[in-house]
Structures are given as structure tokens and as C-alpha cells.
Ligand binder design. Structure first.
Ligand SMILES: [Zn+2]
Length: 254
């Protein structure tokens, strides 16, 4: 595979997470600590020139492969292979149902998000009691389109940084798709809490787990719906002009 094809195949956000880099998403950029100076640097992960990182303090650019090489202490070719393998190996959805039932409780943070306790209980949403990676997070039970529970997705309180198990690739699911009547209007949002608020208001809603784009799989899942409403904050061009042609259904922006 050529260099350009190789980096194009790599999902930057996923790659950074696989490298255990803590990141913050903002628009088309991911912010994380520079591996050289520790200050905040950014990488573009969607659109043109993705996978190119820049640290304004070191005044140096790098890319996802060079980053992987540096962090793993391997050479460039090995880093490329590592990322390609990781990126392709994680394309599979989880098959086995998750048998863990989180002990979830209501918390003040959920009240400030205007959530309804009864709905949260019904949806399997609440502050995670106990240990593990969901500790300190509002956890959302995630089901695949066949209503099989596959994972918990966590939003940290109060900074809203997200957490999920490494075998869970959010690109392969849409939150709440299993509860959707495909012949009724469906609202899609990037915000998990907003998704719950839309449901509370009596409408149907799904969420793409906060990704700033929709994956191919997410478009496929949406294509099964007759009518889709995008409640899409931020840059609408990403979805309006890139993949939306593949959505062979009626859609509008809210
Ligand atoms: Zn730096």
C-alpha cells in the first residue's frame, strides 16, 4: 500500500485512542498533548490533509504514523503496519452480548442536563457505581440494531470526555437504533444527552456517539429510516456534501 493510501485508511481518532493518547475533539481537529513538549498540539482528522499534526510550541509538524513510531519506539514501516492492522482489525462489530449489567444511579449532573430519571432508567443510563473504566462516568448501555447489548459508552463528569472499551468501535453503531420505528421520523444528533432530551420530548432519536462525522456504517443504518432529521451542531458541510448522497432517504436539517 502506498503511503497516502495507508494514512487515508487510518481513522485518526481511533488511531490516537489505540495509542492511548487522551484527546479532545473540536470540529475537524483533535487536540492532545504533544509527545515532544507536552503542550497542546492538534491533528486534523477529517477532510483534506487529515492525519497531519502540528504543535504550535515546537513549531513542528508530524503525522499519525510518525507519532505511532515515536510512542511505540518502532520504525516508520512498523508503525504504518501497526496502524493499518489496528484500523482494519477493529472493523468488526461485537458479536457476543454483554452480560454485565452496570449498577447505575441518578446524579446531579444528569439533572443539569435536563434528563428525566424514569427515561434514563428505562434506557440504561446513569452514573456508574463501582470500579472499572466507567467509574466516574455517566454510562449509556449500547445495543446493536438487533437489540443485543454490546457495550457501555461513558461520558465523564463534568468535562464530558468520552470513554469506551477498546473492542467497541462507535463507527459501527448508532445509539438507540434498536428502538426506532423506521417508518416514523428519526432525529440524529451528535450529543448523547441531547438524544435523550429529544426522546423525552416524544420524538425518536439516535446518536453517533459524538463523532463529528457519520461513518459509512452509520449512513447505512440511517438509510433504513424513511425520514431523517439532522439536529447537527457545528460544521454542516461535513455531512451535507460528503456522504449525504449515499443516504437514499428523505432528510432535512433542523
Ligand atoms: Zn510540542
Amino acid at each position: 500500500m502506498k503511503y497516502n493510501e495507508a494514512i487515508a485508511a487510518i481513522n485518526t481518532e481511533r488511531a490516537l485512542r489505540l495509542l492511548d493518547i487522551t484527546l479532545r475533539v473540536n470540529g475537524n481537529y483533535l487536540y492532545f498533548s504533544c509527545v515532544e513538549c507536552g503542550k497542546e498540539s492538534a491533528i486534523r482528522f477529517y477532510g483534506m490533509k487529515k492525519n497531519v499534526a502540528y504543535c504550535p510550541f515546537c513549531k513542528k509538524g508530524t503525522n499519525i504514523i510518525a507519532l505511532a513510531a515515536k510512542i511505540k519506539n518502532i520504525d516508520f514501516q512498523e508503525a504504518k503496519n501497526f496502524l493499518i492492522e489496528k484500523a482494519s482489525g477493529d472493523e468488526k462489530p461485537i458479536e457476543e452480548p454483554l452480560n454485565v449489567s452496570g449498577d447505575l444511579e441518578w446524579c446531579e449532573f444528569m439533572a443539569t442536563e435536563d434528563l428525566n430519571g424514569e427515561l434514563c432508567q428505562e434506557m440504561g443510563v446513569g452514573k456508574w457505581k463501582g470500579k472499572g473504566i466507567m467509574a466516574g462516568h455517566v454510562a449509556f448501555a449500547v445495543h446493536n440494531e438487533h437489540a443485543v447489548k454490546v457495550a457501555y459508552y461513558g461520558v465523564h463528569i463534568p468535562d464530558k470526555k468520552v470513554k469506551f472499551p477498546s473492542n467497541f468501535n462507535p463507527e459501527l453503531y448508532l445509539y438507540n437504533i434498536h428502538n426506532i420505528n423506521l417508518h416514523e421520523e428519526v432525529w440524529i444528533t451528535k450529543d448523547m444527552f441531547n438524544c435523550l432530551r429529544i426522546i423525552q420530548s416524544g420524538r425518536q432519536s439516535v446518536c453517533n456517539f459524538g463523532l463529528p462525522y457519520l461513518s459509512v456504517r452509520q449512513y447505512q443504518l440511517l438509510s433504513n429510516c424513511d425520514r431523517v432529521v439532522f439536529d447537527w451542531s457545528g460544521d454542516k458541510r461535513d455531512i451535507a456534501y460528503t456522504n449525504i448522497a449515499s443516504l437514499k432517504t428523505f432528510y432535512r436539517f433542523a
